[in-house]
Design a protein around this ligand. Structure first.
Ligand code: ADP
Length: 567
């Protein structure tokens, strides 16, 4: 090459370098060229600005002394810089770092490369602070938007719980309320179908009891198939919930393993599904199941909030079921009371109607026997006597019926007065002595407490005691003993009427005080009776705030014990 030519080349070269210098000066990226020891041999204006020093000051400095980098956790060490000398400098310092400068730290992105055929490395440092800030802001906006969306979702779910709770609080018709609940949940979540499954009365399978939407043809086939199904524990989504008593989720029932309605769900366009148990405490009342038209990823928060709805529904079902039963029982009771009243009225009316003619018959047969109608033959007298006795028995029954009807109708008024019990018992015994003599039974009275007075209705209380003594005689064989004892126990007068009769079996001791109850024994046929006496006695004694009980042994005898307040 001639001198002139080499001068030209050098001139061109200078020109190019000047251009290169200009270009490098205008670059916003910092450019540093490092020698084999990683000392700066070239630095452009941008890097000088970044580190806050003059370009000239950078030359000959080790790179780690002028470019102080930090990663997330700590300062980047000299050793890391030294890796720039390796075969792949890009791997040594790539990515985003914090560049420590005055007055503010910058976020920088580093790229490095060897300059071919030299031992030099070029390091390009790009200030990405603004980009990172913008990115962070965008991230924040996105995060805020996501948080807002999550808040909206949970607000919507809370609203569903609130709407369901207010519906359940005011509704009584179970059927429509449950359907309405399904509709609230579906509309609130934007899901398409809701169903409720309840166990059959043997608790052996689940069957569909309610569904929503009911007035659409879209899911008719799905509902028909569902209502025909009986799901066992563990079968399908409802069966799984029944088995575990916890909510269950299916991302897509149309492809689920354990979903018997898979095909029909696919046809209906139903995919994502979940189900929650209807649990009232530990009592399982059924399952609530929901379907979406889309494949749905499991959402535990949704399951949790719907499990709460499930508990609300279960509590509602229990409450309304109890209310239904209570109402029905109340109605039945009212009907029974009406029937009972009608029956009491009938007994009272019928016995009045029967008593008048029976009393007439008694009078006229009595007159016949007394000979007011002329002398009777022996046979005629015998017939008339039998008729008289039968009529007497009938009159006793009619009288008993009337007495019971009156006490049941609350028409017995108790007029209390102090009565000396020993006197009263002596009077009764004297009056009945003929009967006892006739039956060859011995009747005795022991009074352990003298002058014992009780406040009783003279007439009714006396009839009750007479009845018990009469029973003691009726249900005791001839020749046996009946003993009466009067004593005092605190504020109570105690009258015990003890016989050596046929006795009463333990299982009958309560029954004998019930209306129309006659217990069969060896004497019950021959002595006859209405089964009303003890019922009436008990009611009368209770009207005195007293009590009556029996202690008895079959075949050995009974003791009827009356307790009555003294004052
Ligand atoms: P009735 O004597 O008219 O059958 P009660 O109401 O007076 O009706 O008695 C009910 C039943 O109680 C009687 O049928 C009888 O079996 C039993 N009973 C009552 N008193 C005695 C007694 N002292 N000993 C054994 N059984 C008795």
């Amino acid at each position: 090459m001639t001198d002139q030519a080499s001068k030209e080349v050098i001139k061109d070269l200078r020109k190019s370098l000047a251009w290169l210098d200009l270009v490098l000066a205008t670059l916003s990226e910092g450019v540093v060229v490092l020698d084999a020891e990683l000392k700066v041999v070239f630095a452009n204006d941008a890097i000088a600005n970044m580190v806050g020093k003059q370009r000239i000051m950078l030359l000959g400095e080790y790179i780690w002394e002028i470019v102080r980098l930090h990663d997330d956790k700590q300062p980047v060490s000299k050793n890391t810089f030294l890796k720039l000398r390796g075969s792949n400098p890009k791997e040594a310092l790539s990515g985003i770092y914090q560049l420590q400068t005055n007055p503010r730290n910058l976020s920088v992105e580093l790229t490095s490369a060897h300059i071919p055929n030299t031992e030099h490395t070029v390091l390009i440092i790009r200030d990405v602070t603004d980009q990172i800030q913008t990115h962070m802001q965008q991230l924040k906006i996105t995060e805020e938007a996501a948080a807002r969306r999550a808040a909206e979702v949970s607000e919507r779910r809370l609203l569903i719980q609130y709407e369901v709770a207010s519906l359940l609080a005011k509704s009584f018709d179970q059927g429509t309320t449950i359907t309405e609940t399904l509709s609230i949940v579906c509309k609130g979540l934007g899901w398409r179908v809701g169903m409720v499954w309840v166990p059959d009365k043997h608790l052996s399978s689940l069957q569909a009891s309610s569904w929503w939407p009911s007035n659409t043809n879209n899911f008719k086939g799905f509902f028909t198939a569902s209502t025909k199904l009986r799901l066992l524990k563990g079968q399908g989504l409802p069966g799984t919930v029944w088995n575990t008593l916890t909510p269950s989720w299916s991302k897509d029932v149309a492809s689920a393993m354990n979903f018997p309605r898979k095909e029909i769900a696919k046809e209906a366009g139903l995919h994502g599904a979940f189900a929650v148990p209807l649990l009232n405490g530990i009592e399982f009342m059924g399952v609530m199941e929901f379907f979406s038209e889309h494949v749905q990823e499991r959402d535990d928060e949704l399951l949790k909030s719907m499990a709460t709805v499930g508990m609300q529904v279960a509590e509602y079902m229990r409450r309304t079921t109890i209310e239904k039963v209570t109402t029905s029982l109340r109605e039945q009771r009212a009907r029974l009371l009406e029937i009972n009243e009608a029956k009491d009225e009938f007994i009272s009316l019928a016995s009045h109607q029967l008593r008048t003619p029976a009393t007439g018959v008694k009078q006229y047969i009595g007159m016949l026997i007394e000979g007011y109608g002329g002398e009777l033959s022996e046979t005629q007298r015998r017939f008339a006597k039998t008729a008289y006795e039968s009529n007497e028995r009938q009159l006793t029954i009619v009288n008993d019926l009337l007495k019971v009807a009156q006490v049941d109708a609350g028409k017995v008024s108790i007029r209390k007065e102090p009565v000396d019990l020993e006197l009263l018992l002596n009077e009764i015994m004297n009056e009945q002595s003929g009967k006892f003599k006739e039956r060859r039974q011995n009747l005795s009275l022991v009074c352990n407490s003298k002058n014992l007075k009780a406040n009783v209705d003279g007439r009714n209380f006396r009839m009750a005691v007479e009845n018990i003594i009469d029973n003691a005689s009726k249900y005791t064989e001839a020749g046996k003993e009946i003993s009466i004892t009067i004593s005092r126990a605190g504020g109570l007068a105690v009258i015990s009427i003890k016989d050596q009769g046929v006795g009463i079996a333990p299982e009958d001791t309560e029954k004998i005080f019930q209306k129309f109850t006659r217990v069969h024994n060896s004497l019950s046929i021959s002595v006859g009776g209405s089964g009303l006496g003890l019922y009436w006695c008990k009611r009368i004694i209770e009207l005195h705030e007293g009590s009556i009980k029996v202690e008895s042994k079959l075949g050995e005898g009974s003791a009827f014990i009356i307790e009555i307040p003294i004052k």
